[in-house]
Write a protein that binds this ligand. Structure first.
Ligand SMILES: [Mn+2]
Length: 261
């Protein structure tokens, strides 16, 4: 994602902020090697960690997913426009148009799903209320603050747990009132022609895995050749099971160590 952003993103003056959870200094050096400009890292710790550490997670969505909710108050420039991008995206074309778009006073712009009825019933609202994918999120921070989104989100997070975690929370906070971006800004599974997409989003199998048959996997691997991950082998289902197991052992051990202190 980072390498393709530098290559095709067309926003050389934008500040790049990376949210990290438990990365080593050597991991950060490898990420930095993918970028031309200096990266700013925000580690999930302290206040931010205490806000999200007890929230619901799943085997495929870690607590880090919630951290994006707090980005508007974490980044230094409080009056800018922020573009949040998932790590499982690939940037194919200039992102500059997103920074010139008139958002009509809306705090959030995103790509709506064609089938909102899939998401809305558990949220106790009308099935047809627009619902967006949160992997590509354009935020006008002034409008976000004017409409007290962070406070709304805090209240929602304390009220219950959500099937789609922070994505449900963001959608509830906007109450269906968000700017609708064209699908090419978050081209997900089933998109007809990826050469027309500005941002490809690998929402299902990830392109660094053996099982992935996504048409853009080859593009991803081409870009990856230019990064420190150039010779990494493709991950298998077995690798992932082992990784998940190790992660859960490490979490339990951390809990035990904290308890024993
Ligand atoms: Mn994603």
């Amino acid at each position: 994602m980072l390498y393709s952003l530098e290559e095709n993103g067309g926003i050389p003056d934008a500040q790049l902020v990376i949210l990290t959870d438990g990365l080593l200094a050597s991991d950060k050096d490898m990420l930095q090697a993918c970028a031309k400009r200096k990266l700013h890292f925000i580690d999930i710790e302290g206040d931010l960690l205490s806000k999200i550490s007890k929230l619901r997670t799943t085997s495929y969505w870690s607590r880090a997913t919630y951290a994006r909710l707090y980005l508007p108050e974490l980044i230094a420039d409080r009056h800018c426009r922020m573009l949040y991008l998932d790590a499982d995206t690939l940037i194919r074309k200039s992102l500059a148009p997103l920074f010139d778009l008139a958002l009509d006073g809306k705090a959030v712009a995103a790509v709506p799903y064609d089938d909102p009825a899939r998401f809305n019933p558990p949220l106790a609202r009308a099935a047809s209320t627009p619902y967006f994918n949160a992997g590509v999120l354009l935020v006008d921070i002034d409008a976000w603050n004017a409409q007290d989104y962070t406070a709304r989100i805090n209240k929602l997070l304390q009220s219950r747990s959500f099937d789609f975690l922070d994505q449900d929370v963001l959608n509830l906070a906007t109450e269906g009132n968000f700017f609708h971006l064209a699908g090419c800004w978050n081209a997900q599974k089933g998109w007809e022609d990826y050469s027309e997409a500005s941002i490809v989003h690998f929402t299902h199998a990830k392109p660094n895995t053996k099982e992935c048959e996504h048409p853009e996997k080859a593009t991803y691997l081409e870009y990856r050749k230019q990064t420190p991950w150039r010779s990494a082998r493709l991950i298998t289902k077995r690798d992932r099971r082992i990784r998940t197991l190790l992660r859960s052992i490490r979490r339990k051990w951390q809990w035990f160590a904290a308890f024993a202190r």
